[in-house]
Design a protein around this ligand. Structure first.
Ligand SMILES: Cc1cc2nc3c(=O)[nH]c(=O)nc-3n(C[C@H](O)[C@H](O)[C@H](O)COP(=O)(O)O)c2cc1C
Ligand SMILES: CCCCCCC(=O)C(=O)O
Length: 354
């Protein structure tokens, strides 16, 4: 929270608004946080917690901490080193960074300089040849998974951005995608605001069949981001998804969508044995992480806290955010009587014979 207030001083008002805001009345944005505070932790006592380990498995690979970096557009709005700074921090902290389609650094550069795994978040372009070329590029660059965002067929209505009255998009160098032919007309780069650009380029007609299409293009595992219903999670798994990210896009898309932590349990019950389950939205404290894991998530993602760290101190700032969270998760595990991630189970929330 301290990073958030310092970042606010470092950033211009329009950039701050773009990062911090949610859709419409920001009810979901607030609920993402508030829902965590309504959950109690029934800690266990007299368990040996002399050494706690945060190590876990994500898609079958070791990860030093059950916290990943969510895909976030335009890191260079937060810091001139942009995505490279974030990738360095992720590698140093032994975790995965998910790079946005709307990165301000080319994917090849990020992966070549990263010391840890980079996953790529995909928005599907109306022009499927463009999407296919992007997927091939990402695979060749060495990304290890694709994250398909499905909660944004169109862009949410963000009133703080509208009130800012500044077209951030016009200022941006989207180095990741501007080299692609589809961006080579002034139509697609400079003459539209962010929501118009989103609507003109990204395909609002995608369906479950497109996950199968995506899988036919690549051997990379596909993770579906933006699910809040168990039936949609089942569709995703039946279409071949290896993972589900329970997410409402940080409250930036459909306002009054449920808090993600409230949506998690039914999804874990329905597909938790067939896919890795991740959650994002409002994670700020170590105890939030413990609650998501106790409800069956394999790991969580953080979004805005990474931007606050980046704005305040580049790589060092993002690393500092991870150090705080790592210490908090470690402390909460010790106080809950859970020395390993595998010990964090549902009975922390609903003990038998309560
Ligand atoms: C400024 C900003 C940009 C974002 N850009 C993307 C994006 O490009 N792709 C995407 O799938 N999600 C994007 N998201 C959503 C995040 O991946 C994530 O779902 C959300 O931020 C999690 O909530 P939190 O910020 O409360 O941690 C963005 C979120 C923010 C705040
Ligand atoms: C035309 C670029 C729109 C980028 C949208 C990024 C995003 O997902 C967000 O929440 O903002």
């Amino acid at each position: 929270m301290d990073f958030e207030s310092i970042a606010r001083e470092c950033l211009s008002q329009p950039i701050w608004n773009y990062f911090a805001s949610g859709a419409n009345d920001e009810i979901t944005l607030r609920n993402n946080r508030e829902a965590f505070s309504r959950i109690n932790l029934y800690y266990k006592v007299l368990v040996d917690v002399n050494e706690c380990s945060l190590q876990t498995q994500i898609l079958g690979q070791k990860n030093s901490i059950p916290i990943l970096i969510a895909p976030l557009a335009f890191h260079k709005l937060a810091h001139p080193d942009g995505e490279m700074a974030t990738a360095r921090a992720a590698g140093a902290q032994g975790t995965i960074m998910i790079l946005s389609t709307m990165s301000t650094t080319p994917v090849e550069e990020v992966v070549a300089n990263a010391s840890g795994p980079i996953w790529f978040q995909l928005y599907i372009y109306r022009d499927r040849a463009v999407t296919k070329a992007l997927v091939k590029r990402v695979e060749a660059a060495g990304c290890s998974a694709l994250v398909l965002t499905v909660d944004a067929p169109v862009m949410g209505h963000r009133e703080r951005d509208i009130r800012s009255g500044v077209d951030l998009f016009a200022e941006l160098q989207l180095e990741n995608v501007f080299a692609m032919d589809v961006y080579k007309t002034s139509e697609n780069t400079r003459n539209k605001n962010m929501a118009e650009h989103f609507a003109s380029l990204f395909d609002p007609s995608i369906t479950w069949k497109d996950i199968e299409w995506l899988r036919s293009l690549t051997k990379l595992p596909v993770i579906v981001k933006g699910i809040i219903r168990a039936d949609d999670a089942q569709h995703a798994v039946c279409s071949g998804a290896s993972g589900i990210i329970v997410s409402n896009h940080g409250g930036r898309q459909l306002d009054t969508a449920p808090a993600t932590i409230d949506a998690l349990s039914p999804i874990v019950e329905s597909v938790g044995k067939s896919a890795d389950i991740f959650l994002d939205g409002g994670i700020l404290r170590g105890t939030d992480v413990i609650k998501a894991l106790a409800l069956g998530a394999n790991a969580v993602l953080i979004g805005r806290p990474v931007l606050w760290g980046l704005a305040v101190g580049g790589t060092e700032g993002v690393e500092h955010i991870f150090k705080i969270l790592r210490n908090e998760v470690n402390l909460a595990m010790a106080l809950c009587g859970c020395p390993t991630i595998a010990d964090i189970k549902y009975d922390l929330l609903r003990p038998k014979n309560r």
